[in-house]
Design a protein. Sequence first.
Length: 357
Amino acid sequence: MKILVIQQKMIGDVLISSIICNNLRKAYPNSQIDYLVYASTTPVLQGNLNIDNIIIFEEKHRKSKKELLKLGLQIRAEKYDLLIDAYSKLESWILVYLSNAKQRISYEKLGRNFLYTNNIPFELAPKTNLGLAIERRLSLLNPLELSITIDPIPKLFVSEDENKEALLLFKKHHVKNGRKTVMISLLGSEKLKTYPLDYMAKVIDCIADHTDVNILFNYFPKQIEEAKAILNSCKARTKEKVYFDLLGADLRKFIAIMNQCDLIIGNDGGAINMAKALQKPSFIIFSPWIEKKIWATFEDGLHHVSVHLNDYEPEILANKAEKELKKEALSLYKHFKPSSFENKLKTFLSNNLLSTK
């Protein structure tokens, strides 16, 4: 059996959609399972033996109809028995149309259902604490009626050498042994997904005041000025606990570093999803325009906790469409003060760290 899974999106999406591959491998151990993704997301798939081949969707496929057609014909030549499209946008529709796969599964969408043999309703509300991001992906397996116990948890695989390299990096930066380490998801993928810098500094101060921990910052080199601004706004005694320069040179190194940490706190994004895949507790601060019900995965009030402006001042967001919320995100963030969820953060720290003050 030959299977193709499509997920042309960002790191968090690709990692979460890999659960489709993981469960297909469990159900069909002798099948060929291929995964079509962007090149930038492949580090989160490294070491995953549930995937046989990674097919790269490149920029040229987006810009050139000829290149997109060529990719579609390459997919057609593979003669896939099953295709699962977790992306379901114009680019994937063309590939699905060209694939000629025997069974084609995706979400139900007006005007393109003819492309698929199985069209799955797009759930609007979560039924469990898995969150919609997970539940929607797993729903794509329903037509197969798999006789296995479904595993909903995304997986990251870190090699022994990667772990050793991360430990050496901790040693190089003189990270204190004997105390827990907290990773801060410092900045979002864009400004509209980034908790105000002065507010984030207060969150980090709260962590440092309440716990005796090492604190690492996750940021890209191009974000160093914003990262410095947050650090400079922190209390002096907080700065003493921050290892500002301890960064991974690439995504795999970040994963290995995260594997040595005890939990993650901060902005929603790829870093949070990777930490969860490493079985690390998480505390997420959502942007006012992001739907918490989608990405608050595995929320249990203990190991995985999230906060949203809607939890505290729902009247501010009432009757506003996503487009309007996104436009007003920066001003709405100002209402979402750290004091709103300070007690919740302290409880999370107490529940997941032994060394609380």
